[in-house]
Design a protein around this ligand. Structure first.
Ligand code: X2X
Length: 350
């Protein structure tokens, strides 16, 4: 009797041992994630971005690729494809291709993601952020993490936030001090929210891929555009084809490092940890560099002959008032709760 009991115990223990080996504790019928040693990595993982390698986000993407290689000990080789070259210059299609897995990763502006994930427009809401401090508070808040959940519903995974920057307005006609100065200007923007903002200010909005902007400014097809100084205007030499810039900080543009969900979920857990750390570290570096470059950048713009206009709080009020209806139109589109959590994060540091 005693012997049978012992045998039974041995049998149960053996079965448990086999089960653990086969599937891990409580594995059910779910396959365990493979160990990095057994995993078949692709020779190259593709990363798309919209701009040149010299831009801040280009440098951030390169940093991410370098750190990914370092942290995974050479197992994950990410190649950066700049200038939306994988989509023939179509800046919106990059998201689609990361969604369907034709491209593995992207470092992208939230502007280009928002048409697919409307919540992402929260970053750019007109005059939401009064300062970088406010931006940092929002970025560190659970509200920002929630945006990554919205991304997962669209088959993508968010790894880290970075910075394109506050988008400042440039043009070739006149120094912009009041909304009146914008009347009739042909302004290039990207998405519907920005078209609405330009219209609210009396400008003529034109939607155009970034790749065509420089030549269009040069040829006078458009009068102006809006982009961050350190992130884009300096590294792509927009000052060569634009005379005036106004620092109005009207809209903040965040970057996100994003992976295709299937590719991401397929990685062994330790590789996911290493890649996530690579993204976070690269973007931390990118944000710091981008802010460091700002003061020098403004000096350089002046040296290059641009007029640089700073607005007083009283002057800003007029722009804010005119764009308030656009804020009110897009807050429900990004989700009332999402907008509210961002507003709360901003209010805490005011
Ligand atoms: O197209 C733009 O203006 C840019 C480069 O900032 C974005 O990709 C949103």
């Amino acid at each position: 009797m005693k012997k049978t009991g012992l045998r039974l115990l041995a049998l149960v223990l053996a079965m448990v041992f086999v089960a653990v080996l086969a599937g891990g504790c409580g594995g059910g019928d779910k396959k365990p994630a493979p160990a990095a040693a057994d995993f078949k990595f692709k020779d190259e993982y593709k990363l798309t971005m919209n701009v040149t390698p010299q831009t801040m986000w280009g440098q951030g993407a390169t940093k991410f690729a370098e750190l990914a290689k370092e942290y995974t000990k050479g197992k994950v080789n990410i190649k950066v494809y700049p200038n939306a070259m994988l989509t023939g210059g179509d800046q919106m299609r990059q998201v689609e291709m990361v969604q369907n897995g034709s491209i593995d990763f992207m470092v992208n502006s939230t502007i280009n993601i928002a048409p697919t994930v409307p919540e992402f427009d929260v970053w750019g809401l007109p005059f939401l952020f009064p300062s970088y401090k406010a931006v940092d508070a929002a970025m560190a808040s659970p509200a920002a993490t929630d945006l990554f959940k919205a991304l997962e519903k669209k088959n993508m995974v968010g790894l880290a936030w970075g910075e394109n920057g506050f988008r400042e307005v440039t043009n070739n006609k006149k120094a912009i001090k009041t909304p009146d100065d914008m009347k009739g200007l042909k302004m290039r923007v990207v998405t519907p929210m920005y078209i609405d903002i330009m219209r609210a200010l009396g400008a003529n909005a034109v939607s155009m891929n970034w790749g065509e902007v420089f030549t269009s400014l040069q040829q006078g097809v458009i009068d102006g555009q809006e982009n961050p100084i350190a992130g884009i205007i300096i590294p792509t030499k927009v000052y060569e084809v634009q005379k005036h810039i106004t620092n109005w900080h009207y809209s903040y543009d965040a970057l996100a490092v994003v992976a295709n969900k299937k590719v991401w979920d397929g990685f062994p857990p330790e590789i996911r940890d290493q890649l996530k750390k690579a993204a976070v570290d690269a973007m931390k570096w990118e944000v710091a560099e981008s802010r460091k470059a700002l003061d020098e950048g403004i000096k350089l713009l002046k040296e290059k002959g641009m007029t640089v206009t700073d607005l007083t709080p009283e002057e800003l009020v007029k722009f804010r008032e005119l764009t308030k209806p656009v804020y009110d139109k897009y807050a429900p589109k990004v989700g009332a709760q999402v907008a509210k959590s961002f507003e709360d994060a901003v209010a805490k540091v005011k």
